[in-house]
Write a protein that binds this ligand. Structure first.
Ligand SMILES: *Cc1c(COP(=O)(O)O)cnc(C)c1O
Length: 366
């Protein structure tokens, strides 16, 4: 006897996991866009302080965290959704908005979770190719929006290509999208974007009740191991709906305590961003010295093709060879094949030492 699953189980893609989780030896882990810096001492203290009350359920309304986010971003608490990581909010938004007959629009390659939304709901996913600069083509996305569209996702800066759009382009896009369509701007990496102040997009929320700015404690705050994300929304509708489709205690007590404390250390955010951007400039320059052509990164990772082989088979082969060569030298990166484009690499900027180890290994392998 084999189990009989629902039809959607055959449709939902298996998330492409990074390797190396079972390995103990110190590896250079540049595969998941994590922060190379450990949580702040104050954040660790806040987590330790919450340990003694783990016999109690966490606050299902996340009231303290939402109040602090409301103070920090000047968005009413009722327009803020919390998630077990921002992926939790994405999946819940898909469940709340989508169903068979509905459509969602996003660019490709983009974040590897987005295909789950269409597959899980049975909605039709319309994917729009990135332009020649590896950026979202917002005009082409607009053309794909129909009466059936319920959700459009713009990832800015885009994972895996690291590129960002000007806020004025996003503002013009949101202004053209009909009000019945929820627009999620996934800003997981916005702190690293030098094109714009990371808070500049907030002003769009007051004009567009259908807009959602998705943010996370996983990247610049370095708390991805705990799982906490949030969405700043143009109205109370989406926070209410995502809470309806999830279990009540989706954000655990340690994550809530850590996130509240992390918000109090904006100076540390700025310092980490400064260090990352210094590495971004240095790594990209050294990649170009190796004859590679990284995309214009506004994130904490780079994206580059491994030569201009025209056949997909050759690209897959080149990617697999380079990945294996790096792995043998203790360096983990992400291959583009699993992210929507074979023959490319996505590499997180680590510490200066890690980046040098990566670049030395890459030079040997190439
Ligand atoms: C890393 C990432 C997230 C954050 O996911 P969490 O669930 O908050 O850890 C969201 N969107 C994109 C595009 C990302 O790369």
């Amino acid at each position: 006897m084999t189990l009989e699953f629902s039809e959607r189980i055959a449709r939902i893609p298996v998330y492409p996991v990074a390797g190396g989780y079972a390995q103990q030896e110190p590896l250079v882990r540049l595969a998941s866009n994590e922060s190379p810096y450990p949580p702040l001492p104050e954040v660790r203290e806040a987590i330790e302080g919450a340990l003694s009350t783990l016999n109690r359920y966490p606050d299902p309304t996340n009231s303290i965290l939402r109040a602090r986010l409301s103070d920090r971003y000047e968005v009413p608490a009722a327009r803020i959704a919390i998630g077990n990581g921002s992926c939790d909010i994405l999946l819940a938004a898909g469940e709340a908005l989508l169903e068979p007959g509905a459509e969602l629009v996003y660019s490709w390659p983009s974040f590897s979770i987005y295909p789950h939304l269409g597959a899980a709901s049975g909605a039709r996913a319309v994917t729009v190719p990135l332009d020649a600069e590896e950026c979202h083509d917002l005009e082409a996305m607009l053309r794909e929006i129909t009466v059936a569209t319920r959700l459009a996702i713009v990832c800015n800066p885009n994972n895996p290509t690291s590129t960002a759009l000007a806020l004025s382009d996003i503002a013009a896009f949101v202004a053209e999208v009909p009000n019945h369509v929820c627009v999620i701007v996934d800003e997981a990496y916005c702190e690293f974007n030098l094109l714009e102040d990371p808070d500049a997009s907030l002003e769009l929320l007051d004009r567009h009740p259908n807009l959602v700015l998705l943010r996370t404690f996983s990247k610049v705050h370095g708390l991805c191991g705990l799982r906490a994300g949030f969405a700043l929304c143009g109205s109370e509708d989406l926070p209410r709906a995502v809470d309806q489709v999830r279990q009540p205690f989706f954000c655990n007590a340690l994550a809530q305590a850590a996130a509240v404390e992390a918000l109090a250390h904006q100076d540390a955010v700025i310092e980490r961003v400064t260090r990352t951007i210094a590495e971004r400039l240095s790594v990209d320059e050294r990649l170009r010295a190796l004859g590679l052509d990284p995309a214009l990164s506004q994130a904490n990772f780079c994206w580059f093709a491994l030569g201009d082989r025209s056949e997909i088979g050759q690209r897959e082969e080149a990617e697999a060879e380079v990945m294996e060569g790096l792995r043998q030298r203790g360096v983990l990166v992400r291959g583009g094949g699993a992210l929507g484009r074979a023959g490319a690499l996505r590499v997180t900027y680590g510490t200066p030492e890690e980046n040098t180890r990566f670049l030395e290994a890459l030079a040997e392998v190439l």
